[in-house]
Ligand binder design. Structure first.
Ligand code: FCB
Length: 473
């Protein structure tokens, strides 16, 4: 199966253990001063997960509004109509970010606030005004704005025309990019085209667990292709509108671990790596799609038109990496589409989501990205964890596990730097508890606890730790 000539899992490089204590209470130490002075420290959010106000000031419907309104799609039956009410409470939230001591803030722009119908001759001025105020608010507080253009809230009007399965959506994305970068490019220099195309393509169009809830593998591959091509088409538009622009894409990437040292599992890991990592990084860095994966896809491989590969390979300034967990893979003949299965490693530490906690996996991943694709700069644009937070009688939230997760991943970041990775910044997911997609409000990822009944924000112990770390030397 596939071409194993380059399969690193057949001759694995032994992992170097991290220098850290494994005891829960005895947290290892790390200081901001151990990182380069110009390292970016931030936190991330996304429009649909925090803004609410989904019918205000002319915002159009998004595919996530529609998805939430479909019974059974969201675990707790909730939706994004109020979320963290960030649309109204953003000054308080930006104050929180400043209090943390971050020097950058990653947010996303809701396309349906700018073009309620997906496209048009003129953008919705009230939507423009909202982000304009928000961006000014960041700059006033010393926060460098990092804008994501697409964090999953496609205008529903475009979904009626096929959404990302339709090439015309790429043109609408480029027009939307043009409109917002013209208006905000004087103040926003850092632009991320897409957030995690894997999720939009496969959770949204193969598994159907994310909006728009389509279940068709061939469609998901075509959607994935259009996302990557639209990224490449948007990059020069950002550059032409934004003086001194820095532009990139954010991918969800995973270190892949063969379940055993058998040759069959090594081959499975390589195939899985092909679909999770190489499928994205190879075309973005000019190598086209990996031939071994294309061969496995057969008739499900995407239709590629002339010019698509060169568009996808448009040079960028940085790669955004969202790192959450490794995937342990076994050979699984007959399991479509690529005969692999992700299994749970016995005795692994896990978050409340079941995601394996592996800071050394982050080092392995970053090291490998640098070696195999050599981006100019890498930013961790998301990293974080969900645990079942408890509000204590005095109102505080002592989230020791999340704090420990954060500390250990910062140690992993330090280790990656020591190994020569061009890591330039770290954004914690997330500033606030928020709407966690199909999980609704059940999963809390925030450094700040949000009481959804009152909208009261309380910095958790992890947030207090991050603030102390950032204010230290
Ligand atoms: C990532 C998403 C982000 C958030 C985290 C937990 O996949 O980009 O919006 O939901 O997971």
């Amino acid at each position: 199966m596939g071409n194993n000539a380059n399969n690193p899992f057949l001759n694995p490089v032994p992992a170097v253990p991290l220098r850290m204590s494994e005891s829960t209470l005895n947290l290892p130490t790390i200081q901001r001063g151990e990182f380069p002075a110009d390292f970016l420290w931030g936190c991330s959010t996304a429009s649909f997960q925090i803004e609410g106000a989904n019918q205000e000031d002319g915002r159009g419907e998004s595919i996530w509004d529609r998805f939430c309104a479909t019974p059974g799609r969201i675990r707790d039956g909730s939706d994004g109509s109020v979320a963290c009410d960030h649309y109204h409470r953003w000054p308080e939230d930006m104050d929180l970010a400043r209090h943390l001591g971050v020097n950058s803030y990653r947010f996303s722009i809701a396309w349906p606030r700018i073009f309620p119908d997906g496209r048009g001759a003129q953008p919705n001025q009230k939507g423009i005004d909202f982000y304009s105020r928000l961006i000014d608010g960041m700059l006033e507080r010393g926060l460098q704005p990092w804008a994501t253009l697409y964090h999953w809230d496609l205008p529903q009007a475009l979904q009626y025309e096929g959404g990302w399965a339709n090439r015309a959506t790429m043109d609408a994305f480029v027009a939307y990019t043009d409109s917002v970068t013209r208006r905000f490019g004087d103040r926003v220099k850092h632009w991320i085209t897409h957030n995690e195309p894997w999720c939009t393509a496969f959770l949204g169009h193969h598994e159907g667990t994310h909006a728009p809830g389509v279940r068709d593998f061939k469609t998901s591959m075509q959607v994935c292709h259009h996302l990557l091509v639209s990224h490449g088409l948007a990059v020069p538009v950002v550059r032409s509108n934004v003086p001194n622009a820095k532009v990139g894409i954010t991918l969800s990437l995973h270190p892949i671990v063969p379940a055993t040292d058998s040759a069959a599992d090594a081959a499975a890991a390589w195939r899985h790596d092909g679909s999770r990592n190489r499928w994205f990084l190879d075309p973005l860095y000019g190598r086209g799609y990996p031939a071994d994966v294309t061969a496995l896809l057969g008739r499900n491989a995407p239709e590629v038109l002339e010019g698509d590969f060169s568009a996808m390979a448009t040079p960028t300034d940085f790669l955004g990496v969202n790192y959450y967990f490794p995937e342990v893979v076994t050979d699984a003949p007959g399991v479509r589409p690529i005969n692999t299965r992700v299994i749970e490693r016995a005795n692994a530490e896990r978050t409340a989501f079941g995601w394996e906690v592996s800071p050394d996996g982050m080092v392995t991943l970053l090291d490998r990205i640098q070696r195999d694709w050599n981006p100019n700069a890498i930013y961790i644009t998301e990293n974080g964890s969900t645990f079942d937070d408890v509000v204590l009688p005095d109102g505080s939230v002592d989230d020791i596990e999340r704090r420990r997760y954060l500390v250990r991943h910062l140690i992993a970041a330090r280790e990656a730097l020591a190994r020569g990775v061009a890591l330039k910044g770290y954004f914690a997911w997330s500033l606030l508890d928020n709407f966690e997609w199909a999980e609704g409000y059940v999963r809390r990822f925030g450094l700040t606890y949000v009481d959804y009944a009152t909208q009261k924000r309380t910095l958790k112990a992890s947030g207090h730790w991050y603030a102390r770390f950032l204010h230290g030397r």
